[in-house]
Design a binder for this molecule. Structure first.
Ligand code: NAP
Length: 244
């Protein structure tokens, strides 16, 4: 896959899956914007990745940050072709113990953030008559998970957003797809209890946890010309967990 002259924004890419997605795009010749909450962090990460990679801070829940992210990206690279809505958090607990603020925070970042970014990306991509939007959902959004009602709702919502956006934007040359990772080894899953980790891993048909690169490979495929006839789809990258 060659993304020469294509510009990519990856939200929440200061670490974890997002960072590896950014690295893989750079390896395949794209211009890449690493974006996360802290300017120092994104500049460091962009420097470490090298190539045509810059860092621009943006909190995906703050409209002004998103405006600046897109403005600076266009100033630096001239256009925006691919957007990966990757920023996401968990605030896990059972529903009966879940604070309203933890519900709101997870929905705000994981779902509303993706909506705000998609809205601005769509405006730009519609004029270009070209674009690729890839949302990082989760198998938890497909299946639910005890202790993750807020997260499951946000990731299921992201699948709804993906399909609605795909229907609105297809005629302008924009595809919108989602990846639903299973159990991927990152700081997010490191925070889970051993019991929860074991419960997930026991169900994985391919007996290992996934890597950020497993997810990045599918993101790059959805972003590529090879996937130009695919839109509104959700692909689980889960080692077979959802069919187990
Ligand atoms: P991670 O290591 O926690 O990385 C998430 C990144 O998002 C962090 O750098 C975080 O910044 C950033 N972020 C948080 N709030 C943000 C905001 N308001 N605006 C912009 N950035 C923000 O998680 P990960 O495992 O790489 O997950 C990446 C995505 O994959 C998430 O959407 C997650 O839900 C999804 N996913 C992960 C797994 C898994 O097994 N790991 C499975 C399914 C889906 P800080 O470091 O400053 O908090």
């Amino acid at each position: 896959m060659d993304f020469k002259n294509k510009t990519v924004i990856v939200t929440g890419s200061g670490r974890g899956i997002g960072r590896v997605i950014a690295e893989q795009f750079v390896k395949n010749n794209a211009n890449v914007v690493v974006s996360d909450l802290d300017q120092g962090q994104v500049e460091t990460v962009a420097g470490e990745i090298g190539g045509n990679c810059i860092g621009i801070k943006a909190n995906v829940t703050v409209q002004k940050d998103i405006d600046i992210l897109f403005d600076k990206t266009r100033k630096e690279f001239g256009q925006i072709d691919i957007v990966v809505n990757n920023a996401g958090i968990t605030r896990d607990t059972l529903i009966i113990r879940m604070d309203e603020k933890d519900w709101d925070m997870v929905l705000d970042i994981n779902l509303k953030g993706a909506f705000l970014v998609t809205k601005l990306a769509a405006k730009i991509m519609m004029k270009q008559r070209y674009g690729r939007i890839i949302n990082i959902s989760s198998i938890v959004g497909l299946q639910g998970n005890a202790g993750q009602a807020n997260y499951a709702a946000s990731k299921a919502g992201l699948i709804g957003l993906t399909k609605a956006a795909a229907k609105e934007l297809a005629k302008r040359g924009i595809t919108v797809n989602a990846v639903a990772p299973g159990f991927i080894a990152t700081e997010m899953t490191e925070a889970l209890t051993d019991e929860t980790k074991d419960a997930f891993l026991n169900q994985v048909l391919i007996k290992r946890s996934g890597t950020p690169k497993d997810v990045a490979s599918v993101v790059l495929f959805f972003a590529s010309d090879e996937a130009s006839y695919i839109t509104g789809q959700v692909l689980a990258v889960d080692g077979g967990l959802t069919i187990a």
